[in-house]
Design a protein around this ligand. Structure first.
Ligand code: PGA
Length: 320
């Protein structure tokens, strides 16, 4: 790599590698797209080998590009730690906090982040909300400071801290015939038309596991890719479903009937997770402490933690 490779070029390259798009990198860095393209052309000339390939509309990193992406991530992590150590001396006056949340966590994550950002206005915060696969890929690549998930990954070595209860409740339209019934059995509720989240959703897995524990199957009438779509379908009278209680955060209290079903709510937790090898930045540690100090934090500890070990601050170190 020749001498005139600039820090800016590496910064743009890192952003493209992380976001998978020139346009999004340009937006993130407040640059025009021609500037981004030109800088990447210069970077490839400086390095002397192609780093990024475009196939149709998609861009891919070449193997050399992937190596450079890894190197830039390490450089930025080191710099970020340096900035944090300065911030520590200045008492959290400045710094960066990068969070990623799985879709359903979007009901509470922005609020928590907003409260923390108000307490520490000098800290630059970012939150990406995305699906499970992308969260897992980012944890594996060590891209963000903390991740909000409903289930710690099994096959990545992480430290997972339960930060809040996440009850899964059964919901129906308010005029549903079961709306005022008590102690509805799982057998009875299994016969209802179910509206289910897409395969791979943590909520869906939890529901299917609960029925499977009782040798019951439910038959999805509709499969929908978001909690909001499920709520609309319930109100349209298409069936019932079970969602995180947090999915009702913005709904009027009587908009849905919460059915009294034996075996529900399913008691799950929200976890803040980070890769076991990662040293938390001062800001991320302060945010985690802030989460655990909140009134509605105090999660009831998970009943079963498998091979997990309890650590400090009810942390669970999981090894895959
Ligand atoms: P999800 O929620 O259903 O949006 O995947 C995460 C989880 O509850 O595990």
């Amino acid at each position: 790599m020749r001498r005139h490779t600039t820090f800016r070029q590496l910064e743009i390259f890192e952003s493209i590698a992380r976001l998978g798009s020139f346009t999004r990198a340009a937006e993130e860095l407040f640059l025009t797209q021609p500037t981004v393209s030109m800088q990447m052309k210069k970077l490839a000339e400086n390095v002397g080998i192609p780093l990024i390939e475009q196939i149709g509309k998609k861009i891919h990193l070449t193997p050399d590009g992937q190596q450079l992406a890894q190197a830039t991530r390490e450089i930025f992590n080191i710099l970020s730690h340096y900035t944090m150590s300065v911030a520590e001396r200045q008492g959290l006056k400045q710094g960066q906090l990068r969070l990623m949340a799985i879709t359903t966590a979007s009901y509470f994550a922005p609020r928590l982040l907003g409260e923390f950002a108000r307490l520490h206005p000098g800290i630059d915060v970012s939150l990406r909300v995305t699906n499970k696969e992308q969260v897992l890929a980012s944890i594996a690549d060590n891209l963000d400071d903390l991740y909000f998930v409903g289930q710690p990954p099994e096959d990545i070595d992480v430290v997972a801290t339960p930060i809040m209860d996440n009850p899964i409740i059964v919901l129906a339209a308010p005029d549903h015939p079961l709306a005022n019934k008590k102690h509805i059995s799982l057998e009875r509720i299994a016969q209802e038309p179910w509206l289910m989240r897409e395969k791979g959703s943590g909520t869906r897995n939890a529901i299917e596991r609960r029925f499977a524990e009782h040798d019951l199957n439910i038959h999805p009438r509709l499969e929908l890719g978001s909690n909001e779509a499920i709520k609309q379908a319930i109100l349209a009278g298409l069936g019932i479903s079970a969602l995180s209680r947090h999915a009702l955060t913005l709904n009027a209290p009587d908009q849905f009937a919460v059915l009294d079903v034996k075996g529900f709510p399913i008691l799950r937790h929200w976890y803040a997770v980070y890769p076991a090898g990662r040293q938390l930045t001062v800001t991320a540690r302060a945010f985690l402490d802030y989460l655990l100090g909140r009134e509605d934090a105090a999660p009831s500890m998970p009943a079963s933690q498998g091979k997990a070990k309890k650590g400090r601050n009810p942390c669970i170190a999981r090894t895959g």
